[in-house]
Write a protein that binds this ligand. Structure first.
Ligand code: 5GP
Ligand code: ZN
Length: 136
């Protein structure tokens, strides 16, 4: 399903031009227009899914294969020293475009970017309480 109002549907399906790095029948990988680093790319499924919750399992599995292929290419061709895969779900988590996308952010020595969080310090009891909430 495509969403008429979704810009990433239009980009993924070639209705709006993009700097495409890779394309197959299910995905398009494009350069991000506001890159964190040189080569920052986005993997877009051609079908519209708002986020990870909507993404079918099989599409998620196929998408990770594309991520692996592109990661190898980026290391080989851009000479990046590392790579962050980032995927935001919900505006609170930083999602601004509500068509699933996986960021691929090549990392270079001294690139000045920081992708991270401030570590907490939970007690053993807190960790166990959370574990019980989430685990089966
Ligand atoms: P989010 O914050 O939703 O995880 O990431 C959205 C990303 O899409 C941002 O990094 C932003 O720079 C990028 N972006 C937004 N609009 C466009 C566009 O029209 N074309 C491209 N190539 N990237 C876009
Ligand atoms: Zn869409």
């Amino acid at each position: 399903m495509k969403d008429e109002k979704c810009i990433f549907c239009k980009i993924a399906n070639g209705e709006i031009p993009s700097k495409t790095l890779y394309e197959d029948d299910r995905f398009r990988v494009i350069l991000d227009l506001g890159p964190a680093t040189r080569g920052h790319a986005l993997i877009l499924p051609k079908e519209h899914y708002a986020d990870l919750y909507e993404l079918p399992e099989e599409t998620a599995a196929e998408l990770m294969k594309v991520a692996k292929k592109m990661a190898a290419r980026m290391r080989e061709r851009l000479g990046c020293a590392g790579l962050n895969l980032v995927q935001n779900n919900g505006d609170l988590a930083g999602q601004t475009v509500f068509h699933f996308h996986m960021h691929m952010i090549p990392r270079y020595q001294g690139d000045g970017q920081k992708i991270g969080w401030k570590p907490g310090g939970p007690t053993e009891e807190e960790l166990e309480e959370i574990r019980r909430e989430i685990a089966d």
